[in-house]
Design a protein around this ligand. Structure first.
Ligand code: NG1
Length: 552
């Protein structure tokens, strides 16, 4: 059965969940503490605890929203939400007595108690106030709730969501590129499903599948103001133990485990630069989304690919149409890795169509010269100004004087290629037949090189790195990593490095000593900002646990 069709696992003990990690973290204590604290604050034990892990992205940055395959792995760090339904009361107008009201608390005192209730508004249906100009922890909880309300409580149905108390805790560092946001949205979606006793897909009696949960979590996360791709939600929901996850989004969401060569671990190191993705979305993340979508339209237009006028086509779809891809023709549901590599190499020769008239690709480095003004972009798209605005700008807020379509496209296509090369190298290295399998250290070097090339491309072409990430990745390479690169959206957050297993301790010590922002941190703090994780470890998707069953 495809991973996407499997149902959400429900665990009955923590060994099944974290056992294979060989971790030193006392998870039982974390869960126990959360449950006790819930009982102390709300006067009864939690009915459920939901869990969703963060993830690292090993390679494939900023290409999920172009619908190219990515290669993340879940990490041990996760978000837990303890929750229980609350008895509704008919005789009070207090907010916490309203249908579906939520009292949300967080074990971290920095995140204050929030009380809110959904309301119904015509014509859009359920409404929850989410402030997208500010980063607030409860926005992610509300985002998770939205999907459950809209899918399971249609406005004309007379069904009322259950009031709920919840208590959250998490070990996924926020704003660090390890996807704390997707983890909390997924955990919250599951919590609201659990307390409302909604275990099926909604339209049928079949249990809710992992693929459907990913879709819901993706839609939910856009409510917080970022038009994210889908990698994080898929990694958080569908990862499996001891492997990276190859995720493709076209023609449908598909995932397959990619075992990694033995003899190395991933080390995550945090730059300590917090990238506030929501607040900077206009000129960073969302701008990149628009630059890649408009680039795809222009490329299609120049190469004679027919598009519907209102279609927001992606680079992956354009590529498929150019090579007349038959859908569902390979085991990955697409044209297959071999054909994709050939197609990618070929389309890269056409990217100069994205440069301003009269500029050639060697102008690289000269920002303004390589970028297009809004007027140039509209003209090259073949659309009228009004249609262009409607399709590309009416739904998203962006800010730029020049749009770097060529550089972004070059990153997207080369990065898509690197993902396929990384996957192939890993599969060849772990192939069971000795005649085919590669020497592990040669493979690790190859993988490391691909990671380094990815960092260079993120820095120079996609411009999603920052001086601290560049410095940290360089220090990591000098400290012996096979490869090192930013992970996640970038502009701060974490670097991920591939390090020989027997060198991990020395490596971590070197970085602790040498990365200037770590000076003065206590050992305990250092252990939170730089740590090793096994490929894919802890990746059990997410589960909702019936708490009493868990303890028995
Ligand atoms: P982060 O910011 O690391 O969670 C974001 C997007 C991903 C992907 C990466 C870049 C969200 C929730 N996630 O990841 O979908 O586009 O950037 O590869 O916005």
């Amino acid at each position: 059965m495809r991973l996407a069709d499997q149902s959400i696992p429900v665990y009955t003990n923590l060994t099944d969940l974290y056992g294979s990690l060989g971790s030193s973290v006392n998870h039982a204590e974390r869960w126990d503490n959360l449950a006790k604290e819930f009982e102390k604050r709300f006067g009864r034990p939690p009915a459920y605890i939901t869990r969703a892990p963060g993830r690292i992205n090993i390679i494939g940055e900023h290409i999920d929203y172009a619908l190219f395959g990515v290669l993340p792995a879940a990490i041990e760090q996760d978000i837990l939400i303890a929750c229980a339904p609350r008895q509704p009361s008919d005789n009070s107008q207090e907010i916490h007595e309203r249908p579906g009201s939520v009292v949300a608390e967080n074990l971290n005192p920095k995140y204050t108690r929030q009380v809110f209730a959904p309301s119904q508004r015509a014509p859009e249906g359920w409404h929850l106030e989410i402030n997208t100009n500010e980063l607030r922890w409860e926005s992610y909880v509300k985002a998770g709730y939205y999907g459950v309300l809209s899918r399971y409580f249609p406005p004309d149905s007379n069904l009322h969501p259950t009031p709920v108390d919840l208590l959250a805790t998490g070990s996924v560092p926020s704003g660090s590129g390890v996807s704390s946001s997707a983890a909390i949205v997924v955990a919250s979606t599951l919590a609201f499903l659990a307390v409302n006793n909604r275990r099926t897909s909604g339209s049928t009696d079949a249990p809710l599948s992992k693929g459907e949960l990913v879709k819901m979590a993706m839609e939910n996360e856009t409510r917080v103001g970022v038009n994210s791709g889908g990698m994080d939600q898929a990694a958080s929901v569908m990862s499996v133990n001891s492997s990276a996850l190859y995720i493709t989004f076209f023609p449908i969401l598909n995932t397959s485990p990619v075992p990694l060569p033995s003899g190395a671990k991933f080390v995550i190191s945090n730059t300590l630069v917090v990238a506030d993705k929501v607040v900077t979305a206009k000129f960073r993340y969302n701008l990149r989304v628009v630059e890649t979508l408009v680039g795809a339209r222009i490329l299609a237009h120049k190469l004679g690919v027919k598009l519907d006028i209102m279609e927001k086509v992606t680079y992956r779809e354009v590529l498929g149409r150019i090579v007349k891809e038959q859908q569902d023709c390979g085991s990955d549901g697409d044209m297959g890795a071999g054909s994709l590599i050939v197609a990618l190499k070929s389309i890269m020769r056409s990217l100069t169509h994205l440069l301003p008239k009269g500029v050639d690709a060697n102008a690289e480095g000269d920002e303004q010269q390589m970028g297009l003004t809004m007027e140039e972009m509209i003209e090259m798209s073949g659309l009228s100004q009004q249609t262009f605005h409607e399709v590309y700008l009416s739904w998203i807020d962006v800010e730029a004087t020049h749009f770097q379509l060529y550089k972004r496209a070059k990153h997207v296509f080369t990065e898509a290629l690197r993902v396929l090369q990384f996957r192939k190298t890993s599969l060849d290295a772990t192939d069971a037949s000795p005649s085919l399998s590669l020497n592990p250290s040669t493979s690790l070097e190859k993988l490391g090189n691909l990671m380094n090339e990815s960092q260079k491309s993120c820095r120079e072409l996609f411009e999603c790195s920052c001086p601290e990430l560049d410095m940290l990745a360089k220090l990591c390479r000098e400290a012996g990593a096979y490869g090192s690169r930013l992970t996640g959206a970038g502009w701060g957050g974490c670097a991920v490095s591939l390090v020989a297993e027997d060198q991990v301790e020395i490596f971590i010590k070197k970085i602790k000593d040498e990365y200037p922002p770590y000076k003065g941190l206590k050992e305990e703090q250092l252990n939170d900002v730089i740590f090793a994780t096994k490929p894919g470890s802890g990746a059990c998707g997410m589960c909702f646990l019936r708490f009493l069953r868990l303890l028995s």
